[in-house]
Design a binder for this molecule. Structure first.
Ligand code: XMP
Length: 520
């Protein structure tokens, strides 16, 4: 049977982007101001494809990126994002050498190998180890034991980490080196998981395999539970995002760094990006609050001239002129978002910024003309927002949604029995004090006289990124199923929009019920 045509009755109400946004040009709209109309579909959510191209050499398997913020993306988050098919942008609110190290950790990540396991030393007391488990809320109690130089001395098994042994030294309780199972890192081969899987099958009751170098320094740990999880995941629909050498992809952010005379410090920027590239970085993000500026344009130009093939993200902007400007300077993808972020106060402090859907539409026009990608940055609070953002962009950048995850930097904090993690704007007083002032056009470490454009906040702890992404990706697939869109290009083409009234917005959320459980 032929596919039913769209009815003309729908057209005046459910409009294409090119009709809807110009007709609403008097009003700046964001995610909750609009809804997407359903369309005839032959597409099941599970059959949708979410891969997206951000530059010639940068393809992701899901269109989701974790924000370059110091409470969101360091190596742990970037690894988790890439393993799920997305991308993490390592923030720059740290010394340059540390950022290099963070990128190296992502690029050297071997799936299933914990590269820096928590270790203990022989002179410590079991009581100290118990206190550390309690303080850092570890869900495990077996630890490799190493000497001061990192050489393996033994293994402290969970069954001796008990209060009754609190006064004993680790050296008295450990399983000695000679009885600990290890494998040399170079022997892990191309498929470390298969190697470890075989080991665990052959060694009944052993759940941990320690990895050492030629000098017996500890350089990793593989656990049976991780191996089992990964083996199951191999059938997952969305494969990890990898480079041509099968390493996980990783991005890093830089600012338009200035020297003591207030001029762009070209040499320092070039040296640092060269070093990032030597570590294997796949994409650089020139990340500032105001991308339509000389400093950002010059930085992008300098990088484009020096590295013709390097994928460059630049931002943030909210106008077509700014997209054209950054594209002409050499950017491949442009971050769109000024003030939508959950911790942002730019619109309140500076009176500047545009609600996301309108900003995305305007920027997408210029992006199509210049053949660059658009990244919708900030303001995403639910998977439905992602679907709406993806009707006008190639990928979405999220901060707050990931800030409560285990993989985000920072410890879990307990307040009145609830677990939280800290989340702060890069323009908050605390983040600028730690070094991010340049992002907001202020001198580095200059925080006394400037108005912060972000807040410090808490996010409820929400478990692993895998779980959060599963929900988000499931939502995107659902949305695409409703629109009959097999891939992101079809989502762009097919999307039909309509405004939502405040009552319509209330209708969209659970109402007139006593909610027992939210989501999962
Ligand atoms: P979400 O909504 O995902 O937003 O938490 C993350 C994005 O917010 C931007 N960002 C800021 N914007 N002041 C701002 O106006 C800030 O202090 C700030 N810190 C981050 C950034 O684009 C990020 O990806």
């Amino acid at each position: 049977m032929a596919a039913p045509r769209q009815s003309n009755f729908d057209d005046p109400f459910y409009q294409s982007a090119d009709r809807f946004f110009p007709e609403n040009s008097h009003l700046a709209l964001t995610y909750d101001d609009i809804t997407l109309a359903t369309l005839y579909s032959e597409i099941l959510p599970r059959d949708t494809q979410l891969d997206t191209q951000l530059a010639e050499s940068l393809r992701l398997n899901i269109p989701v990126i974790s924000a370059d913020m110091d409470t969101v993306t360091e190596s742990r988050m970037a690894i988790a994002m890439a393993l799920n098919g997305g991308l993490g942008l390592i923030h720059y609110n740290m010394p340059e050498h540390e950022q290099l190290y963070e990128v190296s950790r992502v690029k050297n990540h071997i799936h299933g190998l914990i590269q820096e396991p928590i270790k203990v030393e022989p002179h410590q007391l079991i009581g100290d180890v118990l206190a550390m488990i309690e303080q850092r809320k570890f869900g495990f109690s077996t630890f490799p034991v190493v000497d001061k130089k990192g050489k393996l001395v033994g293994l402290l098994s969970g069954h001796v980490v008990k209060p009754r042994y609190a006064k004993k030294k680790v050296s008295e309780a450990l399983t000695p080196r000679s009885q600990v199972h290890t494998v040399k890192k170079k022997e892990l081969g191309k498929d470390p998981i298969a190697r470890a899987d075989k080991f665990f099958t052959e060694h009944i009751g052993i759940h941990k395999l320690l990895v050492v170098d030629d000098k017996d320094h500890l350089c990793g740990l593989i656990t049976m539970s991780d191996v089992e999880r990964i083996t199951q995941e191999r059938n997952a629909q969305f494969k990890p995002a990898r480079d041509s050498h099968f390493r996980l992809v990783c991005g890093a952010a830089v600012s338009a760094t200035r020297n003591a005379f207030g001029e762009l410090d070209r040499k320092r920027i070039l040296n640092h990006v060269t070093a990032l590239l030597e570590r294997g970085m796949d994409v650089v993000a020139v990340s500032t609050a105001h991308g339509h500026s000389k400093g950002v344009g010059d930085t992008v130009r300098v990088l484009r001239d020096a590295f013709p093939e390097l994928p460059i993200i630049a931002g943030n902007v909210t106008s077509a002129a700014a997209v054209e400007f950054l594209a002409d300077c050499g950017a491949n993808a442009v971050k769109v978002g000024q003030g939508p972020g959950s911790i942002c106060t730019t619109r309140i402090v500076a009176g500047v910024g545009i609600p996301q859907m309108t900003a995305l539409y305007i920027c997408a026009q210029a992006a199509a003309k210049k053949k660059v990608a658009i990244l919708a940055d900030g303001g995403i609070t639910k998977s439905g927002d992602l679907v709406k953002a993806l009707t006008l962009s190639q990928a979405v950048i999220c901060g707050g949604i990931f800030a409560g995850c285990n993989e985000a930097p920072g410890e879990i904090i307990e307040i009145s029995g609830k677990l939280y993690k800290r989340y702060r704007g890069m323009g908050s007083y605390a983040a600028m004090k730690a070094g991010s002032a340049a992002r907001y056009g202020h001198e580095k470490h200059a925080t006394q006289k400037v108005a912060p454009e972000g807040v410090e906040a808490l996010k409820e702890a929400c478990g692993s990124v895998d779980r959060v992404l599963e929900q988000l990706v499931g939502g995107i697939q659902s949305g695409m199923g409703y629109l009959g869109a097999k891939n992101l290009t079809q989502l762009h083409d097919k999307a039909r929009y309509i405004r939502v009234s405040p009552a319509g917005m209330r209708e969209a959320a659970p109402h007139d019920v006593v909610e027992l459980k939210t989501g999962n």
